[in-house]
Design a protein around this ligand. Sequence first.
Ligand code: SAH
Length: 350
Amino acid sequence: MNIPLRDFSELELKKEIAGLGEKPFRAAQLAGWLYKKAALTFEEITNLPAPFKEKLKARFCVNSLSLVSKDISAEDHSVKYLLRTQDSHLLETVLILQGKRRTICLSTQIGCKMGCRFCASGKEGMIRHLSAGEILDQIAWVNQDQQCHSSNLVYMGMGEPLDNYDHVLKSIRAAGAPWGYEIGQRRITVSTVGVIPGIRKLARENLNQLKLSFSLHSPDNAVRAKLIPSNRKYQLDEIIDALKQVRDQFKRKITLEYILIEELTDRDEDAQGLAKICLGLKAKVNLIPYNRIEDEAFKRPSREKIQAFQQELEKAGIRVTVRYSAGQDIDAACGQLRLREERKARPKRS
Ligand code: SAH
């Protein structure tokens, strides 16, 4: 496997280039192609000397991912890319369009070890982390395909970002840097299921104004532990304490992601419990009506129930949005498309 060039920070890229016996300005030239021009192949790079390109080609690749399929939602025009890694694993990247905003939803792992029952990404367990380059290569694919720069990033695709801390952090730095994609940290959101050491570590980084989302999904520790096995290790009270630390450090409101599942997370006591946590954290809420996946018998509540739940929170003075998953007609909820493709490709066990 060749090493993705986007695996390197600015300093590391300079060192690699120097190691090949090339002049330092070549590193900046190359970075321009990797980020501002979102190149996918060496062939696109026109102003580097051929012998230098040959040296690079022997060890590195401009983009480590290949396109398997691309689907455009007829409902909301979101675009879902199914991509393949060099070692033949599938991952999903989604572009969400909202007015002028172009948000890329990035995957950070192949599979996931958190095992959340409502989520397709972890159904086949954890396979491996994505490298920083593989995360940044997803952005290049979208920017190149759309022929424009994306404005926002959300780390909400397959995987748990804070379980792949170092690679995710490196990708955030490159995404925001002047030599990188120049997407400001104000426009980057990391979503976590609540990996406490990762949250506390993040609070100590100089990441001014990064946004953090927390996938709460139930205010009740016991119900949450049934839905999210990692809750047994990382209890709610302690997660909330760590979130306060990040909020005070980054001076950004935390968003609570909350999947509404009939009779499990949409009860009156859930709305009250959620309101209490929100007020304590001064957080806003994103309600996500459950999107059905294979293997699970959970149900999405009715529209009336969703509205009533929303109103209950608003009455308590909380800012609430309801987010139907982007591109439901193209299986855009986290990990669904990959799961289906992997299962299709594999012979059925008898
Ligand atoms: N592991 C991180 C990042 C993954 S994003 C985290 O848990 O935050 C996970 C998000 O995907 C959840 O917050 C939820 O918004 C969404 N999601 C996953 N499965 C879903 C489903 N079946 N229906 C609706 N939303 C789902």
